[in-house]
Design a protein around this ligand. Structure first.
Ligand SMILES: Cc1ncc(C[n+]2csc(CCOP(=O)(O)OP(=O)(O)O)c2C)c(N)n1
Ligand SMILES: [Mg+2]
Length: 394
């Protein structure tokens, strides 16, 4: 078994039929409280709870996701990545989402979901290619059934519906999993995706990671709704609100939503209540708009500590397993550091070459300007003198 071994389904996990999730839960569904103790009645009676060995695999994946995220954050500070939006604090959403996917399912990640890419098996050096400053996403979306990470907010929503609907029409049992942030739920594309998914009963699972912020905008300034899962109601979708720092509950909710979608039951909107522990990206200073006491509050609800406490209490985790995981994570990060120490070979011309089949005159002029700045082919070694200086910035 490896840290990335998420695909195996839990041996011995009780199987229950999928039920129709209700849109009316005001409390997030949860299995574990913040101290890692089981909550009586926190999940629906038919919820599928993973067996301890599968939960331990989930714990390893959480630890791996955090190690990867920490290493990527370090790489940006060393100038090896141009930017990195961290998922620290949101690892349970990343792990549960990937765990729910079958090999043929599509995943549509946002810029914050790099951990989901590596959990799916994409090598780190490929997954982080875009954030290294390349013009392409670094991996083959078809091979990994994973679309490029989406930066324009919510535009991946209609794409997810298209993929789901295409699978449905072709009689292929794939489901499309679409990540959104809380801020993205204010975008028109989010609403169009929810509406069309419901109308066509497309096999799509929308996972909204409500991490409380859209850059510096807190949720209460983003929406007047009390919970994002309620947005499902107007479209005739089931909406479920779940504790996004509780891997056990997330797994149960996602499993039901995937079963439903795969068996012709249509889409589900899941709101996972979580918290963005780091700033929006390395280019943001979160101390300017939020209190450290708030961050401290969420630290006490950390998804990794919570599951560790539970697994330790049931005898599934001990110091020797922790040490083994530490070692595996350290080895993975060491390999990442070595790979990123090598400078990638990029030619600036590539940036202009694949935008249109036929390069436009503007792009030709911009390419000439960059060449001139580089002092390379076609340039005169000067950043000036092309007469088009303003154009590349538009
Ligand atoms: C259509 C569009 N508008 C604005 C932006 C600028 N922008 C980038 S990230 C972001 C905040 C998004 O917040 P949220 O959806 O909650 O995701 P999170 O970053 O918290 O994961 C904004 C406004 C964008 N990328 N795309
Ligand atoms: Mg957010």
């Amino acid at each position: 078994m490896t840290l990335l071994d998420l695909s195996a389904h839990p041996e011995g996990a009780a199987h229950h039929p999928a039920s129709e999730p209700s849109a009316w839960d005001s409390q997030p569904l949860r299995y574990l409280d913040e101290h890692g103790a089981p909550v009586e009645g926190g999940l629906r009676p038919d919820a599928r709870i993973l067996a301890p060995d599968a939960l331990l695999r989930g714990y390893r994946a959480l630890r791996f996701a955090r190690a990867f995220d920490t290493e990527a954050t370090n790489l940006v500070m060393q100038g090896r990545l141009a930017v990195y939006p961290s998922c620290r604090g949101q690892e349970a959403c990343e792990v549960a989402a990937v765990h729910a996917l079958a090999e043929q399912d599509w995943m549509l990640p946002t810029y914050r979901d790099s951990a989901a890419l590596v959990l799916r098996g994409i090598p780190a050096v490929e997954a982080l290619t875009l954030l290294r400053g390349s013009w392409h996403c670094g991996y083959d979306p078809k091979q990994w059934r994973t679309m490029p990470q989406c930066t324009p907010l919510a535009t991946q929503g209609p794409h997810a519906v298209g993929l789901g609907l295409a699978a449905k029409l072709a009689g292929d049992p794939s489901v499309a999993l679409c990540f959104f942030g809380d801020g993205a739920t204010s975008e028109g594309d989010f609403h169009e995706a929810c509406n069309s998914a419901a109308v066509y009963q497309a096999p799509v699972v929308f996972l909204v990671q409500n991490n409380q912020y859209a850059i510096s905008v807190p949720l209460h300034k983003q929406t007047h709704a009390t919970q994002l899962s309620d947005k499902a109601i107007g479209y005739g979708l089931p909406g479920v609100r779940v504790d996004g720092n509780d891997l056990v509950a997330l797994n149960a909710v996602l499993a039901q939503a995937f079963d439903k979608a795969r068996n012709g039951g249509g889409p589900t909107l899941i709101e996972a209540v979580t918290y963005r522990m780091q700033a929006h990206t390395n280019a943001d200073d979160a101390a300017r708009y939020r209190q450290s006491s708030e961050v401290e509050y969420w630290k006490q609800r950390d998804p990794i500590d919570r599951l560790a406490k539970y697994l330790t209490a049931i005898g599934a985790l001990d110091a020797s397993i922790e040490a083994e995981i530490d070692e595996e994570c350290a080895a993975y990060c060491e390999q990442m550091r070595a790979q990123f120490a090598e400078e990638p070979e990029y030619h600036p011309d590539e940036m202009f070459e694949h935008v249109y089949a036929q390069m436009t005159p503007q792009l030709e002029r911009q390419r000439a300007m960059v060449r001139a700045e580089q002092g390379g082919a076609g340039g005169n070694g000067s950043a000036h003198g092309t007469g088009n200086e303003g154009e590349a910035g538009r």
